[in-house]
Design a protein around this ligand. Sequence first.
Ligand SMILES: C/C(=C\Cc1cc(O)c2ccccc2c1O)CCC[C@H](C)CCC[C@H](C)CCCC(C)C
Ligand SMILES: C[S@@+](CC[C@H](N)C(=O)[O-])C[C@H]1O[C@@H](n2cnc3c(N)ncnc32)[C@H](O)[C@@H]1O
Length: 232
Amino acid sequence: MTDRASEIQTIFNNIAPVYDNLNDWLSLGQHRVWKLMTVKWSQAKTSDTCIDLCCGSGDLSQILARQVGNTGQVFGVDFSAGLLAIAKQRVQNHYPPLAIDWVEADVLQLPFPDNYFDCATMGYGLRNVTDIPGCLRELYRILKPGATAAILDFHRPYNPVMQNFQQWYLKNVVVTAAEHFGLTEEYAYISPSLDKFPQGQQQVNLAQQAGFTTATHYQIAGGTMGVLRITK
Ligand SMILES: C/C(=C\Cc1cc(O)c2ccccc2c1O)CCC[C@H](C)CCC[C@H](C)CCCC(C)C
Ligand SMILES: C[S@@+](CC[C@H](N)C(=O)[O-])C[C@H]1O[C@@H](n2cnc3c(N)ncnc32)[C@H](O)[C@@H]1O
C-alpha cells in the first residue's frame, strides 16, 4: 500500500467511533435516502451475489443484503479495521440474519475471481481511493458481463449558488462539528478531495475507458451528490 493510502486508512480509523452519528446529523438523515437510491440503481435482486466496495460501517451492505435476501450473498469490503468492526457489531444481532461477509482488503486488489458478482455498490469510496482508473478496472474485472454497479459520492454542483452553499456547509458546519471531536483535519479533508474528484461526465469517460459498456451519472441532492451507474 502507498503512503497516501495509509494516510487515508488512518483518517477512517480515526473517525470510526463518530462516523455514523455525524453522517446522520450533518446530512439531516438524507444519506440514508441517497444510499437507498444507490442500491435501487445497482439493480440488486433476490439471490444475487453482490459486493459493497469501501463499505465502511456497512449501511449500504445492509440495504443490499435485505434486497438479495437469505438466498443471496453480500461481501462488504474495506481496509479500515475500525469501521469494519462497527459494521460487524451492527449486524451481529440482526433478525432475520443478514447474509453479509465482511472482508478486510484493498479495493484496488480485490481477493475475488473474474466475473464473480451480479452487482456492486460503492458509497463515498471512489473519491478516497488513490487510483480511480485502477479501481474502476478492478470493479470491471470482478463483475459478470451485464452486471451493474452504482457508485455514490459527493459532487461539485454546476449551479454556483449550490456550489457556494456546499463549500460553506463543508467548511462552517461539517468541519466545525468535527472540531468538537478533535477530528478537524479528518473532516477538512473532504473539500480538497472533492476538488480533485472528477465531475460527472469525467467519471462517465473513466468508466468507459475501464471497459464499461454503459455509464450514466445522476446528480442528486441539488447536485451536491452524484451516482455513477455503470454496466459491464
Ligand atoms: C455519508 C456522507 C459522507 C461520508 C463521508 C465521506 C468522506 O469522504 C469523508 C471523509 C473524511 C471524513 C468523513 C467523511 C464522510 O463522513 C454524506 C453525508 C454527510 C456530509 C458530511 C454532509 C453533506 C453536506 C452536503 C453539502 C449537503 C447538505 C444537504 C443536506 C440536506 C443538509
Ligand atoms: C467515506 S467512507 C464510506 C463508507 C460507507 N461506504 C458509507 O457510505 O458510509 C470511505 C471508505 O473507503 C474506505 N477506503 C478508502 N480507500 C480504500 C481502499 N483502497 N481499499 C479499501 N477501502 C478503502 C475507507 O476505509 C472508508 O471506510
